[in-house]
Design a protein around this ligand. Structure first.
Ligand code: ATP
Ligand SMILES: Nc1ccn([C@H]2C[C@H](O)[C@@H](COP(=O)(O)O)O2)c(=O)n1
Length: 240
């Protein structure tokens, strides 16, 4: 494991990875964080958890009272296990439940609400700034949540490749889905994430764009670690 050093102020030891659904953000974020000895935070899981709470309470009305009620619950009881990527509400593990297509769709709908984004901002920042270094993935990490991050990555892949990856992932977890339906859902979520008025999915002006369509997660992670070294976020090449 690399011993990271701080050539940047402690509070800014953050690498952001933004990109569309299924581009491989969480996977490579976890590899990079592990190599650096940093934590990894996948902010999509926070939006997905909010969606799961709404879904399970069978609440269709995303009014402010419900949003505030569930977000304060998340603030007290939500946690991610950096090493495994497991997600918990209190002692209840919800890692697989939040990946269900219904939850994915509701998360992207809730993510359009300014009241949701405003209230999740401090939660995302608190998780990261309580640690000595973090790799964070989402849609607006480099543009809104951590605009001063020393290294920003914008990770893409073709919609077809992303649907195939999601199909394999759900299949491995015993969730049978139709690839054509997944492709439609990915296009729909892309549309929402790219075109919403608040914090749309887009590459920060100073982000490095990478396309993982024809690359393995290890190749992408290695490229990010090289950039981290160039930014003095790691000690030396021979430990990568
Ligand atoms: N470069 C890659 N090549 C092949 N498969 C990949 C690659 N990167 C990630 N995957 C696989 O694709 C699936 C989705 O990856 P991951 O969850 O990291 O994407 P994501 O961008 O975080 O998606 P979401 O935004 O929906 O959470 C996982 O099963 C992962 O193992
Ligand atoms: N920083 C973020 C993270 C996620 N979202 C929204 C957009 C996605 O549709 C949904 C689920 O995210 P995923 O797990 O697919 O990365 O949550 C967002 O708007 N901002």
């Amino acid at each position: 494991m690399l011993n990271s050093i701080s050539h940047v102020p402690e509070k800014l030891k953050v690498i952001t990875i933004d990109g569309p659904a299924g581009s491989g953000k969480s996977t490579v974020a976890r590899i990079v964080a592990s190599k650096l000895g940093w934590i990894y935070v996948t902010t999509g899981a926070i939006y997905r958890t909010l969606a799961l709470l709404f879904h399970e309470a069978n609440i269709k009305d995303t009014d402010l009272e419900n949003i505030e009620r569930f977000i304060s619950f998340i603030s007290e009881r939500y946690r991610q296990e950096s090493s495994t990527g497991k997600v918990f509400i209190g002692e209840r593990e919800i890692t697989q439940e939040i990946k269900a297509p219904l939850v994915s769709e509701l998360a992207s709908i809730l993510a359009q609400e300014d009241s949701v984004r405003k209230r999740l901002l401090p939660i995302q920042r608190k998780v990261v700034l309580n640690n000595h270094g973090a790799v964070v993935d989402g849609r607006d990490m480099g543009t809104v949540v951590f605009p001063d991050a020393p290294l920003k990555i914008f990770l893409t892949a073709s919609a077809k490749e992303r649907a195939e990856r999601r199909w394999k992932e759900l299949n491995q977890n015993g969730q049978k889905t139709d690839i054509k339906e997944l492709l439609r859902e990915i296009h729909e979520r892309d549309e929402r994430d790219l075109n919403r008025a608040i914090a749309p999915l887009k590459a920060a002006h100073d982000a490095i764009s990478l396309d993982s369509t024809k690359s393995t997660q290890e190749e992408i992670a290695k490229a990010i670690l090289q950039f981290a070294m160039q930014k003095d976020l790691v000690i030396s090449q021979n430990e990568l």
